[in-house]
Write a protein that binds this ligand. Sequence first.
Ligand SMILES: Nc1ncnc2c1ncn2[C@@H]1O[C@H](COP(=O)(O)OP(=O)(O)O)[C@@H](O)[C@H]1O
Ligand SMILES: [Mg+2]
Length: 397
Amino acid sequence: MEKTINLWKELLPYQKKVFRSRKRIVLFIGGTGTGKTWLGARWIIVKALESTGEYLLISPSLKLMKRTLWKEVKKVLKEWEIPFEKNENDMIITLFNGSRLYGIPADNPDRMEGVHAKAGIFDEAGQVDKRIVFETAYRRLRFHNGQLLITTTPYRWNWLKELYDKAKEGDADIDLITARTIENPHYPKEEVEKAKKEMPDWRFKMFYEGVFTKPLGLVYPDYELVSPFEIPSGWLKIRGLDFGYNHPTAVLWLAKDPKTETWYAYKELKKSELTLDDLYEILKKENIPTYADPEMKQGLETLRRRGLDVRPAKKDVLPGITFVQGLFKQKKLKIFASLEKTIEELNTYSWKLDANDQPLDEVVKENDDLMDALRYALFTAEGFKAKFVYKSKMVDI
Ligand SMILES: Nc1ncnc2c1ncn2[C@@H]1O[C@H](COP(=O)(O)OP(=O)(O)O)[C@@H](O)[C@H]1O
Ligand SMILES: [Mg+2]
């Protein structure tokens, strides 16, 4: 007995566009409840039925995966009466035709290595700030020239915003499809109206209209990028150093143009599990003043004893941030466009927000290693001599 599934009839107009796309990257940016997960699950199952092979289901975390994409895929398979076996521990679903669907939480992208997938879906990709997950998935699809479907709401100005901009500029490999929550008739209209009343405008636009608004609460919203150039000899060079082991160690190199008094961040290092010996080998190539976290006494002393010019940094967070913000604002601090990891942190480094979305004067301690290095270097080297206006109070350091 054959069962016919008339999926096409069920698809909303913007969902049809996703199914029609033949481009390598299908970027679906939609509001909450536009049926991103609904669509993603069906899209990947259709692909897996069409051609026996390996397929990727990627979600930001294991918890989210189990609650959304993984659950939806199993639900659809049952609904469509497609025989399958599942291994919940390893998160592998095997269909009757031999196709294998791998559930991959984004915090463990290594699970994709060795897989030559024929298609992949990356649900709520915008939540994952690290570009590496997207890059790994894309690489795993190259062998079969497979498609990657990204379904997400915009969250922050991370790699996804760059991809979105590229698509808007007409990149031949990306299809951009957008939808607002209100376009899904299956989603309660009252919810959308309620959210519109209650939410700050920028947040409503992001989550219900799928628009990349600039998030409030970015610590350094107006940084400027410049094309890399050779630093002339004679410029003052310094470094900021934030030690870590499980957390990454971060080093940022800065040079100052003596004529314009402008700082340029020109080199970066961000690496986990870097030993003190490894770090020493890197730093000794250029023995310049290096401002490091004073709480890591042992590391600091060890590097110093081995002849490096390592100095304790001033760690005052708020005055330090205010100082660096001032430099950005006055265009006295610019970032080489090649510093990918620094840019990634600049795009996400944020103040905590209160229940009304008002920024608090406390930063989110996440993915901030290079931001700390930046502040240590500049604030210690020259900032702490200055006075600051902070929350309309003058702060003397
Ligand atoms: N084409 C469709 N036909 C029927 N229901 C749909 C369709 N698309 C989405 N839905 C329903 O809309 C709701 C939101 O879908 P979901 O995939 O959870 O949205 P998102 O992942 O974008 O937040 C769900 O109840 C889902 O079943
Ligand atoms: Mg979803």
